[in-house]
Design a protein around this ligand. Structure first.
Ligand SMILES: *[C@@H]1O[C@H](CO)[C@@H](O)[C@H](O)[C@H]1NC(C)=O
Length: 178
């Protein structure tokens, strides 16, 4: 009897530990969104000439901070017990669409700033950005795939459209830093 109770309690703890909620996902997306804005601002703040190492490292640090947030978002999306309701699916999709233009701008601007970053007297910044882009691209793909997998059937094409646009921007940026 005692053992049975302990087992039931343990099982419920484990279940609680693994499961996530739509609210968790929404909180993750809010974090991702504000970190994407910080990254985009840092890239835009880097001038065409006379940029500093500190400014370049701010871009790197912002990119590095974003990566674990996207990974947490992916884990949480995967942890929401299916099916995700139509309403929740729409809410999630809308939040992702909310920061989509900002990540697209960040990826466009990082291409535009390549020469300026390469001109820094300290070497290795271009290689660092290249590495950041690779990590973020991989993390983002995993997140996008999780979102598509969890989206209600009628929202999957919209989720896929977001992936297509962001993946294309990553491909362009990665090619510029190759
Ligand atoms: C996500 O980014 C981390 C670095 O923050 C990296 O180690 C990992 O390989 C990336 N994941 C994928 C799937 O690319």
């Amino acid at each position: 009897m005692q053992l049975k109770f302990t087992f039931a309690l343990l099982t419920s703890f484990i279940a609680t530990g693994l499961a996530s909620t739509v609210a968790n996902v929404e909180a993750d997306i809010a974090t991702i969104s504000s970190q994407v804005t910080a990254l985009d601002n840092a890239i835009n703040a880097f001038p065409a000439t006379g940029g500093t190492l500190l400014q370049a490292l701010t871009i790197h640090n912002d990119a590095a901070a974003l990566s674990p947030s996207i990974q947490k978002g992916t884990t949480d999306v995967q942890g929401v017990p299916p099916p995700i309701s139509e309403t929740d699916g729409q809410t999630i999709l809308k939040s992702v669409q909310g920061f989509e233009p900002t990540i697209l701008d960040a990826l466009k601007q990082i291409v535009a700033k390549k020469a300026a970053l390469a001109a820094l007297p300290v070497g290795g910044i271009v290689a660092l950005v290249k590495q950041d882009l690779g990590f973020l691209s991989g993390n983002t793909t995993a997140f996008e795939n999780a979102l598509i997998a969890s989206a209600p059937t009628d929202l999957k094409s919209q989720a896929t459209a977001i992936k297509t646009a962001i993946d294309a921007a990553f491909a362009t940026a990665i090619a510029a830093y190759a």
